[in-house]
Write a protein that binds this ligand. Structure first.
Ligand code: NAG
Ligand code: NAG
Ligand code: NAG
Ligand code: NAG
Length: 480
């Protein structure tokens, strides 16, 4: 680390501190130089020729091309730069342009489709990627957990939905609170006890574990407590400008009202709240929840929240639909009615497989990558497309009705969550669209033959298996 820092300092001083022609004014303020140079340095000077600099070309010996990098740019093969020496922005037959190197190579290695876009990428498409790893991480009290978020502040295109990645240490709470947006969440690790009370005076308590989901409608108060082994989860707010820092907290409610009013409200004395710590609790340590959830059964005359309004869904127990190349399971209001505007699909793709080209009818798509490496191209009218790369912990976002696919470009199973702000999960499959269009029409448009038309499916494939060797140009065969 220290060595490479020294190397880059050397090369920068070589470039940026070439012997500068010193005028008598600029040299006049002592041996250590001056803050500003002479105005005589501005513009053309007949007396001075810029010296010929050393070559800025990167020599082929100082770099390495990855498999597929020399293939035709329009083919747009995924190029894995993660292991090549000194990656260069080369695609296709030419060995230029090169990158003389004011950069942090890790970004280029992680985002090869930005660095060397497929030749088919063109025009202007808003940024569609945000890694939670670049979000500010807010820490709770006394090691109780943390949360980092992605909203329009981080990803301006994501106006319909925002995300939060939250950690609760064993027994820690996300305090009793409510907010303006609806909150849908997927458990990533561990277990959480959820407690909710409705405006009708119904109560709800449940435990959720890895792979399960909850939903809290706007304004409905709730709390979360990690069970004994802690938890990590992913929250999706149904509003792109929602912020984890903008929620309404019980601790603040009590502190922001006159003490006399609080005492009158609870028919008690002002001393009752003397031990409450100053400031927000937000994420804070708790006492262990009783193992037996029956012990936390508090009901009023309105009783429990009825089954059809349950705030949790044990999605981990839902069996996915298995198809060649992966699996899909959908959760939308048809089976989880309380989340009436959120529809999601949890998808797995084997190496080389692809979520088919599609678009959605009414909603933007908010996507979270849970495992593996993927890429996605957004096609947006008019005449624009851009390709983005993703790894675990990244958020992707596709505005409606832009077409896109998601391809597993890694060597492990890709797992991701697609979320729509819609009352049922929907997409238009390009395969099915063409498969159900009269063949003569398809042939007139694409100049394809009958064999192609006959091969088009009438049912959405959802997922297409693919050759895990992404640098072969033989795509259809060898797919296992
Ligand atoms: C909780 O209490 C209510 C009312 O006493 C009862 O109907 C219900 O079965 C209890 N158990 C659970 C799991 O809610
Ligand atoms: C999988 O890909 C990673 C990252 O590119 C690489 O380090 C690893 O060696 C690969 N594993 C196999 C079995 O190819
Ligand atoms: C992938 O395919 C390319 C092109 O056919 C071939 O050169 C390469 O050896 C293959 N890689 C593997 C790991 O099979
Ligand atoms: C693709 O590979 C398969 C064997 O895996 C081979 O039978 C087929 O001829 C190849 N197709 C082309 C176009 O090279």
């Amino acid at each position: 680390m220290r060595f490479s820092a020294a190397v880059s300092l050397l090369s920068i001083s070589h470039v940026l501190a070439l012997p500068a022609p010193q005028t008598s004014e600029s040299a006049s303020s002592g041996s250590s130089g001056s803050l500003r140079g002479s105005d005589a340095l501005a513009g053309y000077s007949a007396d001075e020729n810029v010296p010929i600099s050393p070559s800025t070309q990167v020599s082929p010996e100082d770099t390495e091309l990855a498999p597929g990098q020399s293939e035709d740019a329009d083919l747009g093969l995924y190029v894995d730069l993660s292991h090549v020496k000194n990656p260069q922005p080369i695609r296709g037959g030419d060995t230029s342009p090169t990158d003389p190197g004011i950069r942090t190579q890790e970004y280029d290695r992680l985002n090869s489709d930005l660095y060397i876009p497929p030749g088919t990428d063109t025009g202007s498409v808003p940024n569609s990627k945000w890694p939670f790893g670049l979000s500010h991480n807010r820490h709770g009290l006394a090691g109780a957990g943390w949360a980092r978020e992605q909203n329009v502040d981080q990803l301006p295109v994501a106006t319909a939905m925002a995300g939060v990645n939250m950690r609760l240490s064993p027994n820690a709470y996300r305090e009793l609170h409510w907010h303006k947006a609806g909150e849908w969440a997927l458990m990533l690790k561990g277990s959480v006890r959820v407690a909710v009370v409705t405006d009708e005076g119904q109560s709800f308590v449940d435990d959720v574990t890895e792979g399960d989901v909850w939903f809290f409608p706007a304004g409905i108060p709730h709390s979360l407590q990690a069970l004994e082994n802690g938890a990590e989860f992913l929250i999706i707010f149904d509003d792109g400008s929602a912020s984890e820092d903008g929620t309404f907290l019980l601790s603040e409610l009590i502190q922001r009202m006159p003490e006399s009013v609080v005492a009158k409200n609870f028919r008690t004395s002002v001393d009752t709240f003397k031990s409450q710590p100053e400031g927000q609790l937000w994420i804070f340590p708790g006492t262990p929840a009783p193992r037996d959830i029956e012990k936390q059964n508090v009901t009023g005359p309105a009783g429990l929240v009825p089954h059809q309004d349950a705030y949790t869904y044990h999605y981990s127990k839902q069996q996915p639909l298995k198809v060649p190349g992966g699996s899909v399971k959908i959760l939308d209001p048809l089976t989880f009615p309380i989340a009436k505007d959120i529809s999601a699909a949890l998808v797995t793709l084997e190496p080389g497989a692809m979520r088919e080209m599609h678009w959605h009818l009414k909603s933007d798509e908010w996507t979270y990558f849970i495992q593996g490496s993927a890429r996605l191209t957004v096609y947006a009218a008019p005449a624009s497309s851009r390709t983005f790369d993703f790894t675990a912990g990244d958020v992707g976002y596709v505005p409606v009705p832009n077409a896109h696919y998601i391809e597993n470009v890694g060597n492990e199973t890709l797992v991701f969550l697609e979320v729509l702000k819609d009352s049922h999960f929907n997409d238009v499959s390009v395969n099915q669209w063409l498969g159900l269009t009269p063949g003569q029409i398809v042939k007139d448009h694409l100049k394809v033959d009958d064999a192609f038309v006959d091969s088009l499916p009438k049912v959405k494939p959802l997922i297409l298996p693919g050759n895990p060797n992404l640098t072969t140009t033989n795509f259809t065969e060898e797919a296992s």
